[in-house]
Design a protein around this ligand. Structure first.
Ligand code: CO8
Length: 261
């Protein structure tokens, strides 16, 4: 499996069949810029092809964040066409994760916001540290989740919980995330990686072909998400004044003043 030459991703490959992928951009709370997304795509494809590794764990570098979202600086330059394309590109990469023939586990070690929450949702299992905060704050920037969150969140937590999170933009604490089914289990920060590895080891005892078909079968039960609609709506919002205001306000560290156009 490809392990070197990444700028923002660390790959650890001990000899136990479990590969750990760490998004490593801690000074920006591991925000997903295009380099991170490209590297993520390469790493997932390489994992998929590898014969030596049966489970992947994805986590974020540093004490604070899993991933604090798509990179808002890059987002702020999008217009409708590029916005729709960028949304579809992220959806494609996250679908590679969801449809991987081998299980992928998210260890949510801190903030999982926007694209970070969407990354965790695309994984097959999610373990969260007690200090995790998970949310979809896109509306606070004048946009909507665009990496599959509008499609995957209702499947995990039901429509009412999903709409509450998406419309308020407010994150939920780890305990609530567990209560509504957004994460499998919450653990103290220093135990969460061990739990993920224990689960991964149990999974590795099982037949790889059966695991792959199990993922396919479960995904097929929920495969009708309208991702194209999400990308189109995301693109539309990239042409709005509210989006310019929302992203500028974040970058200028002030409160946004939305006008509804
Ligand atoms: N993008 C870019 N930079 C970020 C991001 C981000 N998402 N999050 C944090 N950073 C940067 C900050 O700008 C800051 O940089 P600098 O030191 O250069 O000023 C650094 O990381 C540290 O962040 P803070 O100083 O803000 O740290 P705090 O502890 O004060 O706050 C928060 C932590 C609450 C997590 C805060 O950083 C925050 O609110 N971040 C933004 C969260 C957010 O809104 N995420 C959603 C982004 S939108 C999105 O993900 C859309 C996904 C779909 C896209 C589809 C098409 C492209």
């Amino acid at each position: 499996m490809k392990t070197d030459s990444f700028d923002h991703i660390l790959i650890e490959t001990p000899e136990d069949g479990i590969v750990t992928l760490t998004i490593n951009r801690p000074d920006k709370l591991n925000a997903l810029n295009s380099t991170v997304l490209n590297e993520l795509e390469q790493a997932i494809s390489s994992f998929e092809k590898s014969r030596d590794f049966g489970v992947m764990i994805i986590t974020g570098a540093g004490e604070k964040a899993f991933v604090a979202g798509a990179d808002i600086k890059e987002l702020s330059a999008l217009d409708r066409t590029r916005g729709e394309k960028a949304s579809a590109r992220g959806q494609h990469i996250f679908s590679l994760i969801e449809n991987s023939s081998k299980p992928i586990i998210a260890v949510v070690n801190g903030y999982a916001l926007g694209g970070g929450a969407e990354l965790a949702m695309a994984c097959h299992l999610r373990y969260a540290s007690e200090k995790a905060l998970i949310g979809l704050p896109e509306v606070t920037l004048g946009i909507i989740p665009g990496y599959g969150g509008t499609q995957r969140l209702p499947l995990l937590v039901g429509k009412a919980n999903a709409l509450e999170m998406i419309l308020t933009g407010q994150p939920v604490k780890a305990e609530k995330a567990e209560a509504i089914g957004l994460v499998n289990k919450v653990l103290p920060a220093n135990e969460v990686m061990d739990q993920a590895k224990k689960t991964a080891s149990k999974i590795l005892n099982n037949g790889p072909l059966a695991l792959s078909k199990a993922i396919q079968a479960v995904n097929s039960a929920t495969a009708d998400g309208n991702f194209a609609k999400e990308a189109a709506l995301f693109g539309q919002l990239c042409d709005s004044d509210d989006f310019k205001e929302g992203t500028s306000a974040f970058l200028e560290k002030r409160k946004a003043e939305f006008r509804g156009n």
